[in-house]
Design a protein around this ligand. Sequence first.
Ligand SMILES: *Cc1c(COP(=O)(O)O)cnc(C)c1O
Length: 362
Amino acid sequence: MTKRAYNFNAGPAALPLEVLQRAQEQFVDFNGIGMSIMEISHRSKEYEQVNDETQELVKELLGLPEGYKVLFLQGGASTQFTMVPMNLLGEGKTGCYVMTGTWAEKAYKEAKMLGSATIAASSREEGLLNMPSLAGLSLPENAAYLHLTSNETIAGTEFTEFPDTGSVPLIGDMSSDIMSRQFDASRFSLIYAGAQKNLGPSGVTLVIVKEDLLKDAPKTIPTMFRYSTYTENNSLYNTPPVYSVYMMNLVLQWVRDHGGLAEMEKLNRVKTDLIYQTIDTSGGFYQGLAETDSRSRMNITFKLQDEELEKAFIREAEKNGFVGLKGHRSVGHLRASTYNAVPYESCKALAEFMAEFQRTNG
Ligand SMILES: *Cc1c(COP(=O)(O)O)cnc(C)c1O
């Protein structure tokens, strides 16, 4: 078998080996039709089955109640920063945002551009290194929605609980932690996630939306930016990114066959504990960036005493088969992204490598 890297890339990121192998088997001939899934109409019964089955898998894994639609859109999660206020921020209303880092900031800026937006809770004073408490949050009377980022991919912080916002719709950017753990999806009116972290390759954005949320959307929204265009056409209004959806289908099957979100959560805990413990028992040689109670189970951010040592760490890690450990350019330092598809063995190898690096450089 080919040697696989210890892949800690932040996104696009690791995919399960079994998924890649399955895709390889079906690449030239999808289910005996003599063509690849990329070579047939998105209106064919074969593709429609992929489309419908993927929607069902999302509903099943998240335990969604009736009333939600599952959509496969293009333009990345970044386009959702715009589509959310376009569709949901009506006249006289305010979009409420939880300010937790780079991604939340981008979402907030788009809303500001289109209408009135406010910051309802923030971790700016803590240097965006924790998640603010949202318990007992009071929202303005004219709140259109509350938007939060469940996992800040760059700083490595993650919400452990989600608020009950009552009649105010809750919206979640879950690009980097969807399907990584159990949560009550019915608290959300809309969830979106770019696929390239935890769901598959880039090119498709998963949107889960409660249908009754869309009834007041302005009629002037351009067709391709209107959620109802997709909800009314089974997410097949125009040509969808068929190969990306197909890959997401395989990834979701893999999640289901490996015990669903409960097992993903357990395994992600075990995997990340290995690395966090290495950081915490290093006597300060390694330092975690995020505050302990907001630590992400998807993106572990940490640093060493100085930049030179961090460079040496990256060099040495690369020599040993580790990929993607450099921090995001905006914060620097180091980051290990440990999405669902990153195997336990990679995390164990990284923890061991970190201990060895400390032994030789400490
Ligand atoms: C990566 C990421 C995005 C941006 O996704 P694109 O698909 O590249 O637009 C948005 N939000 C979060 C939390 C992310 O991790």
